[in-house]
Design a binder for this molecule. Structure first.
Ligand SMILES: [Zn+2]
Length: 142
């Protein structure tokens, strides 16, 4: 499980993607998104603190989030009117991690990520165990 074992792989990958950064759900440790080396903390922020992420260029691989079920979009009152937020949640624990102002990824539009909802540390063994149990439960319910 420790990444040191794959030091050679890592060296080769690091040539292509300078240092892609993984972000995990801060609640349960499930992988949420991966950037192409840019740090969320280095991306521009909205006045609300959400990081502005260009899905077309800043992310690597697919976004590992799911649209939140229930009332979509969320309507947030702002000084200049009402803002629509199509919320994306952790696949495992349904914590809201990000949102878009449109239902689908769209060129010229952005993904907004709550920096408090993600962390850079991978899941602990306990969290991996809980994830597995949750998945088994979901499969049993399906
Ligand atoms: Zn989660």
């Amino acid at each position: 499980m420790r990444s040191e074992k794959h030091a050679d792989d890592r060296t080769q990958k690091s040539v292509k993607a300078a240092q892609s950064s993984n972000y995990y759900c801060s609640q349960c440790g499930t992988k949420a998104l991966r950037t192409n080396g840019q740090l969320l903390s280095a991306m521009p922020a909205r006045s609300t603190g959400a990081r502005v992420v260009d899905e077309g260029t800043a992310l690597e691989g697919e976004l590992l989030l799911e649209p939140l079920e229930g009332a979509q979009p969320a309507l947030i009152k702002r000084e200049k009117g009402t803002e629509r937020q199509y919320r994306l949640a952790c696949r495992s624990c349904a914590a809201v991690i990000a949102y878009r102002s449109v239902p689908q990824p769209t060129a010229g539009m952005f993904l907004y990520v709550d920096p408090a909802a993600v962390r850079e540390t991978p899941p602990t063994q306990q969290e991996m165990l809980e994830q597995r149990l949750r998945r088994q439960q979901q499969q049993a319910e399906a």
